[in-house]
Write a protein that binds this ligand. Structure first.
Ligand SMILES: Cc1ncc(COP(=O)(O)O)c(C=O)c1O
Length: 364
């Protein structure tokens, strides 16, 4: 067995226990003689898988009863146009905290008027805007934000109390911590970081917000279609939903969101300490108050050492440490399933690398 330390940004590390259970059940699920991928999505067995996943989401995330839980396809990227298509009326406000919020804004522009409520762009997206810096209008159709900026390694640690319904892309930190679901009109997240394999997008939508959705849209692009059909309007991504259920079983067995949040904070603290105590050899990208507990982004003072770091890290069994192509440098994505021990191993590696190359890299 090849054990690696997986720091991929997404698709990302999944809990071993969930993978092993899927392996055990793969060719004969629950005595059916078939794999989950071969079951009818209209049959009782799949219905139990589907219902189980929805129940686990509601329980673990404490989703209030007036929120619908949907499984869609097309990734978080399809939510970028689907939100404005369904909800953008007079005007929507977008808060820009990185490349993904910019993409969401670009799609909204196809459907109506948008305004920027706050932006971290001038500061190279190192900082999350202060809550009192956000401008919005009570008449906005909604305010859109991104809770965790996967590429820049920044995260909101408190959410704005907006007058208009708040819509949030939580793709890279959903289920990493407790969240006040009732502060949001709609939450969406691609599954492939904390929830399971790619192929399914989780959407939570408050019923009162849904009532404002436009009618006359193509069925596959209307939230109402999926609410009315319990996400079974067409063939859902059955295997991804099954895996999501197994990942949430693991999460519950691990102690739920409070416990996972503590673990995530401890992992992040370990890495940020290694960066801060490196005498400038490693430089964190995000401002201290905006640091993400999911994606730790940093550079080397001597950029020429970046490729050496990546090569030596690869040889030592570390995967996925390269920064996003638009930012460069290094990034360790430490989602729920990344063990504390992998972060400890990375910190050891970073210290050894610094000692080995210190004379080449200590100065900026
Ligand atoms: C915050 C955020 N939003 C959106 C996306 C795009 O997700 P998808 O690939 O599921 O469309 C990503 C992907 O990494 C992301 O990190």
């Amino acid at each position: 067995m090849n054990d690696v330390h997986n720091f991929n940004a997404g698709p990302a590390a999944l809990p071993k226990q969930a993978l092993e259970r899927a392996q055990k059940e793969l060719v004969n699920f629950d005595g059916t003689g078939m794999s989950v991928m071969e079951l009818s999505h209209r049959g009782d067995t799949y219905d139990r898988i589907h219902t189980h996943a929805i129940k686990k989401i509601r329980k673990l995330l404490e989703v209030p009863d007036d929120y619908h839980i949907l499984f869609l396809q097309g990734g978080a990227s399809l939510q970028f146009p689907m939100v404005p298509m369904n909800f953008l009326d007079s005007q929507a406000t977008y808060i820009l905290t990185g490349a993904w919020s910019e993409k969401a804004l670009a799609e909204a522009k196809h459907f109506g008027k948008t305004v920027i409520g706050a932006s971290g762009k001038d500061g190279n997206y190192k900082q999350i805007p202060a809550l009192n810096q956000i401008s919005e209008h009570a008449q906005d159709s909604y305010v859109h934000m991104t809770s965790n900026n996967t590429i820049y390694g920044t995260q909101w640690h408190a959410f704005p109390n907006t007058k208009a319904p708040l819509v949030c892309d939580m793709s890279s930190d959903i289920f990493s911590r407790r969240i006040p679901v009732n502060q949001f009109g709609l939450i969406y997240a691609g599954a492939q970081k904390n929830l399971g394999p790619s192929g399914v997008t989780l959407v939570l939508i408050q019923d009162a917000f849904l009532q404002r959705a436009k009618s006359g849209l193509p069925a596959m692009l209307s939230y109402d279609t999926f609410v009315k059909s319990n996400s079974l309007y067409n063939t859902p991504p059955v295997f991804s939903i099954y895996m999501l259920g197994l990942v949430l079983d693991w999460l519950e067995e691990s102690g739920g969101l409070t416990e996972i949040e503590n673990r995530n904070k401890a992992k992040a603290q370990l890495l940020y300490e290694a960066i801060d105590e490196s005498d400038g050899f490693y430089i964190g990208h995000a401002a201290q108050d905006s640091r993400s507990n999911m994606n730790v982004t940093f550079t080397l003072a001597n950029d020429a050492l970046t490729s050496v770091f990546l090569q030596e890290a690869k040889e030592a069994g570390f995967v996925g440490l390269n920064g996003h192509r638009s930012v460069g440098g290094l990034r360790a994505s430490i989602y729920n399933a990344v063990p504390y021990a992998s972060c400890e191993a990375l910190v050891d590696f970073m210290k050894q690398f610094k000692n080995k190359h210190a004379e080449k890299g200590a100065t900026v």
